[in-house]
Design a protein around this ligand. Structure first.
Ligand code: TXA
Ligand code: MG
Length: 357
């Protein structure tokens, strides 16, 4: 089936109130017509997501821009957002379509089911060409969380979505190939009076935003209760079923602990940086015969691209434990550190029952 035939099929499904898995440049989303309450309910049901965890509404980009770009975006946003601050237009002009989600005060037209009953709404315009083609054809908003069961690893390919919902034969998946970024969008709250506030680190860092626009992003942790709850902020999230540990020491220290400890007899998946010295690697291979060594790039963009694929692969292989090196310090690694810490906290067979922050 050609892309345009798939899009036509996906459009009929969306109009009929069905769910469609859609490719984006970050991860795949589980999409539904944002103006259809039953379709929205179906998202929560299929994901197993609590009803008070709001969804992101995806919107199309202007087909063409006039002299006044802000006005072009306003026409698209006005059915959803009530007040759009000046700084938000600057962010939009630089980063949309792309992996940045903005949280606005919501318009009265927006269904409570989409926002979990909150007075704000999260919106983004994805840059994936197939997602844009779908949105242009749909002429409405598509609400879509990541296409995974609640608390689990997000999908970065169509095959991942299929394996996540293996029992849902009739779930339509629009195959747009591997996701470019591989981790979820950055979320900024622009609904208040002050600086935009970081709610979830993602593919675009506060430093990039500052450099491109001059806008400061507040990264203070959320203290007041009124701020909406971001499910990606739960302590346990993005979690594999296999216990996952982040090791802080260098590889030589890790070798020592393998020699001394019980790890030796386990079948483990040991992830190491690509730059590790060959002597240590040879020793590791020798010591951990039942185990698998996986080398990953020590560069955040490449690492993020392959992260969820790696977690899924290792989770399927039924190792007793997965060991991954703690990401280095530095802002470029913030989103990855965030995902790995939550994945580690939530990992293990009963991951969904872990306490959350
Ligand atoms: O890259 C992404 O953002 C992907 C793709 C599919 O667009 N979507 C995604 O959706 O990650 P989800 O539902 O897995 O994560 C969206 C996060 C949730 O943690 C949700 O709580 C938060 O956005 N969110 C949604 N609406 C919000 C709001 N009004 N205020 C604060 N957070 C909100
Ligand atoms: Mg998610």
């Amino acid at each position: 089936m050609s892309d345009s035939e798939s899009v036509t099929k996906a459009l009929s499904a969306l109009h009929a109130g069905k769910l469609v898995a859609i490719p984006t440049e970050t991860v795949y989303g589980l999409g539904a017509d944002a103006s259809n309450p039953l379709a929205i309910q179906a998202i929560y049901q299929l994901k197993g997501r609590p009803a008070n965890h709001p969804l992101i509404v995806h919107v199309q980009a202007p087909l063409e821009y006039s002299q006044d770009k802000a006005h072009d975006w306003l026409a698209i946003l006005s059915p959803w957002a009530r007040h759009i601050p000046e700084s938000a237009f600057v962010l939009i002009e630089h980063f949309w379509p792309g992996p940045l989600t903005l949280v606005f005060q919501k318009s009265r037209l927006v269904l409570d089911a989409v926002t979990g009953g909150q007075d704000t709404i999260a919106i983004r315009s994805p840059s994936h060409p197939l997602a844009q083609e779908l949105l242009r054809g749909f002429r409405g908003g598509i609400a879509a969380p990541s296409a995974n069961r609640f608390g689990k690893v997000s999908p970065s390919s169509a095959a991942h979505v299929r394996s996540e919902f293996i029992d849902q034969d009739d779930l339509l998946i629009l195959d747009g190939g591997d996701c470019q970024f591989g981790i979820e969008s950055t979320i900024l709250d622009v609904s208040g009076d002050g600086e935009p506030r970081l709610l979830r680190p993602g593919s675009i860092s506060p430093k990039q935003i500052k450099e491109a626009t001059g806008i400061n992003v507040s990264i203070d942790p959320i203290k007041d209760q009124k701020i909406p709850r971001v499910s990606g902020s739960l302590k346990a999230h993005y979690a594999p079923n296999t216990p996952l540990h982040l090791y802080k020491q260098g590889l030589s220290d890790f070798l020592q602990s393998i020699k001394q400890g019980r790890i030796l007899d386990q079948s483990i998946a040991l992830v190491v940086w690509e730059d590790k010295n060959l002597h240590d690697l040879a020793q590791l291979k020798e010591l951990t015969k039942k185990s698998k060594l996986i080398q990953v790039p020590k560069e955040p963009i490449a690492f993020a691209h392959g992260l969820y694929r790696l977690l899924r692969l290792l989770d399927q292989s039924q190792y007793q434990t997965i060991y991954i090196p703690s990401p280095p310090s530095g802002e470029g690694w913030d989103a990855i550190r965030d995902r790995l810490q939550r994945a580690s906290f939530g990992s293990g067979p009963s991951s969904i029952n872990h306490p959350s922050s």
